[in-house]
Design a protein around this ligand. Structure first.
Ligand code: N01
Length: 541
């Protein structure tokens, strides 16, 4: 129960929105346009979400900026100028600031306020949302715009408290730049964050030790400044690009779907095609060389083998190359990383690679990381160890729905949600890019816009019809969850231990969380649900 003694009622709202990243800001924009009283509550000291917290050296988006940006305002997309093909964290944060300013959103954003309770009041039929600072908001609707990768995870290594150096997590990076010059730095984790950070820190540190548990596939980003010619050509046809993007599985234009299977081509032709994609850069481009790369083991192996050969050709020491060459999961089944000189970094004299699969980290000691009884002495330790993805930020909040039902209890065996938008027994609670929606397997901004537009349309329709309560039919929810799983089981995604499956969190139920049939197909399903009178939802006056 919410304790009344300590909480302070702020305001009664139509919509309370938790999180001020891409999702929360656009939800606020839409609800404002509809004339609803809405407020965003944000834990950080600024808007930006992911791009506020992940300030680590080298942080950059792996979706091209002309795609990874809002499409709702033609003026905005015409006037904003991205500096790079894949823009860095600081530029994306600057963009979100610009959006918040331009659409006068800041006045409805409460910063530095972390929500820790959200309870539905059955009698008042409203959500009571309480922040850790004691502020208490009430609203008819609650929208969780809490992000998919927003609860950072530091592994429970014993002894971390005793470490006398500095330590960081990539997802909670300090605002002031950190200088690693002259220092012995350790990095745990070689996912997207580690693979971006390692080449940058290696150039600054006296020595860098990379503690690798699982070798990861990465392809070159081939990032470059966005020239005026490219920018103007894109802007001249921006609507066409956006339209195309909405009709693709990933919400990204410019990548025509492949028509051949990998084994349709001879090994020589295949290699030529992979080589071309390697030179172009980008992960979608590479995985779109053939249509069966994520459904057929033998097809996947041709791409995996190509990348392994690349690694062996780049890394001079054969034993290090072998350690860096992934062999235990299909390429693309974990998010395919993009890098800027990652494998080359291991040719530097000041970089050491340590296999912590073979010899696990025992503890963090006063002076560094202890493995097999010996200390790797460090001044700084960086955890690039990822997030409790997709459900972590939601379950971090004590969410209680009708009759006090707890979301943590309901999702004990894994997330259950209808279309990734709502979950049964939690009336008037929406999730933006929740589990069971395409979310992280797409251009997040496109998926966010689709969800926000759907929710806004739903609220407008309810208002017109005088309806005040929306909930989900448990049977429709169960069918959707089964459908999400069926689609995933037909692919190679389930063959890798990834955060898509929750396998990075000890004890987390192994459930494939994103809907991977594609944003185009998903959007058509959501639209059909509306056409059939919100099939699977229950609306009441
Ligand atoms: O996290 P991860 P991330 N001992 O979970 C290792 C997005 N993103 O922050 O594989 C030793 O992928 C773990 O090892 P293992 C993107 O969607 C996007 O890098 O579990 N190692 C792994 O190597 C991405 O997929 C961008 O064996 C331990 C690493 O830590 C997602 O965020 C940039 C360990 C975690 O990798 C998450 O990426 C950055 C332990 N106890 C992130 N525990 C771009 O747009 C964990 N590890 C480019």
């Amino acid at each position: 129960m919410i304790s009344d003694q300590n909480s302070r009622l702020e305001r009664s709202l139509d919509v309370v929105i938790v999180g001020a990243g891409f999702a929360g800001l656009y939800m606020l924009y839409q609800t404002r346009r509809m004339g609803l009283r809405a407020q965003v509550i944000e834990a950080g000291a600024d808007v930006g979400g992911t791009w506020y917290w992940n300030r680590y050296p080298g942080a950059r988006c792996d979706v091209e900026s002309l795609e990874y940006s809002y499409s709702f305002s033609s003026d905005l997309q015409q006037q904003w100028r991205w500096p790079d093909r894949f823009s860095g964290q600081a530029d994306i944060l600057r963009y979100l600031h610009h959006v918040a300013d331009r659409f006068d959103l800041f006045r409805s954003v409460t910063l530095n306020s972390r929500i820790h309770e959200a309870h539905f009041d059955d009698t008042a039929r409203e959500w009571r949302v309480v922040a850790s600072d004691g502020r208490d908001w009430r609203a008819r609707f609650c929208v969780m715009a809490t992000g998919n990768l927003s609860l950072p995870r530091v592994p429970a290594f014993p002894g971390l408290d005793s470490f006398e150096g500095r330590w960081f997590h990539t997802g909670l990076w300090p605002k002031d730049p950190i200088d690693f010059s002259g220092r012995r730095v350790g990095v745990v984790g070689t996912g997207s964050s580690g693979i971006q950070l390692i080449p940058v820190v290696a150039k600054q540190a006296k020595h860098l030790t990379v503690f690798q548990r699982t070798a990861n596939f990465s392809v070159p980003a081939v990032n470059r400044p966005l020239t005026d010619d490219i920018d103007q050509a894109h802007k001249a046809r921006y609507d066409v690009w956006r339209d195309e993007a909405r009709r693709t599985p990933f919400g990204i234009a410019g990548h025509p779907p492949p028509h051949l299977d990998a084994l349709d081509d001879s090994p020589e032709v295949r290699d030529r095609k992979y080589e071309t994609k390697w030179g172009i850069g980008g992960n979608i481009s590479f995985l779109y060389t053939y249509r069966d790369l994520l459904t057929n083991d033998a097809a996947n192996e041709t791409a995996a083998d190509f990348v392994r050969r690349k690694i062996r050709s780049i890394v001079k020491d054969p034993s290090i190359a072998e350690l860096l060459a992934p062999k235990d999961h299909p390429i693309g089944a974990k998010r395919l990383c993009l890098d800027d000189g990652y494998y080359e970094t291991f040719n530097r004299d000041n970089v050491t690679l340590v296999d912590v699969r073979k010899h696990p980290i025992e503890r963090v000691s006063r002076v560094g990381v202890r493995i097999s009884g010996a200390d790797y002495e460090l001044d700084d330790l960086i955890f690039a160890t990822g997030f409790d993805a997709m459900t972590g930020a939601l379950l971090d909040i004590d969410i209680r729905g009708a009759r006090g039902r707890s979301l943590r209890e309901k999702w004990r065996d894994g997330p259950v949600a209808y279309l990734g938008l709502m979950t049964a027994d939690f009336p008037n609670l929406f999730m933006i890019t929740g589990p069971g929606s395409p979310s992280v397997k797409t251009n997040m901004v496109m998926s966010i816009e689709q969800h926000v537009d759907w929710i806004a349309g739903c609220l407008a329709g309810m208002d017109e019809r005088g309806q005040t309560l929306i909930s989900v039919d448990p049977l429709s929810e169960a069918k959707w969850v089964a459908h999400v799983d069926e689609i995933a089981q037909a692919t190679l995604y389930v063959k890798a231990d990834s955060w898509y499956l929750g396998s990075n969190i000890p004890g987390k139920p192994r459930v494939f969380m994103p809907y991977i049939a594609g944003l185009d197909r998903y959007k058509a399903i959501c639209d059909a649900v509306v056409e059939r009178g919100y099939e699977g939802f229950i609306m009441r006056r």
